[in-house]
Design a protein around this ligand. Structure first.
Ligand code: HEM
Length: 139
């Protein structure tokens, strides 16, 4: 008998409602917490479009429907190439994402941590400026 189809991370975390809730929480934290003010300052006043983009990316990246992200024909690393990302700012991104994922009910903590660890690797690769202050210890 064939092995059952593997469960995708997208399904395991709770599908579209979970991705949407994580993205909303992530940008709310970025918007409201003074610790993330340098990261927030890099973004436009209206976080709606960027939230939609991150939701599309995470959906595809986790193994969910990928059409919306693929239709953009965008590379997530290239999108950040022009930004002045210091280690501290990358750390703020990862810390806010870790908090947004950890607060999502029903996610196996091992899966949540693995997900954030891989995103942290990408955030680390986006650093384009030397450290000017210590980074949160999540990178
Ligand atoms: C390293 C720290 C990061 C900083 C400072 C940062 C900053 C930004 C900024 C300023 C934008 C808006 C760009 C624009 O509108 O032109 C953006 C968009 C975006 N970021 Fe990041 N980002 C970081 C890390 C990440 C990571 C690790 C991911 C995912 C792996 C990610 C995924 C995205 C996506 C999907 C968009 C939306 C693009 C769009 O809708 O066109 N970012 N980011």
């Amino acid at each position: 008998m064939a092995d059952p189809a593997p469960i995708l991370p997208y399904e395991a975390i709770g599908g579209a409602p979970a991705v949407s809730a994580i993205v909303s929480r992530f940008y709310a934290l970025m918007d409201e917490e003074t610790d993330y003010a340098p990261l927030r300052a890099m973004h436009a006043a209206d976080l709606g479009p960027v939230a939609e983009g991150l939701e599309q990316f995470l959906t595809a990246w986790l193994g969910g429907p990928s059409q919306a992200w693929m239709a953009r024909n965008a590379c997530v690393m290239s999108l950040h190439r022009g930004l002045a990302v210091t280690p501290a700012i990358a750390g703020q991104w990862v810390q806010a994402m870790a908090r947004a994922v950890a607060a999502q009910p029903g996610i196996d903590p091992r899966l949540g941590e693995a997900m954030v660890a891989r995103l942290a690797q990408m955030a680390h690769a986006m650093i384009s400026r030397p450290a000017s202050q210590p980074a949160p210890d999540m990178l």
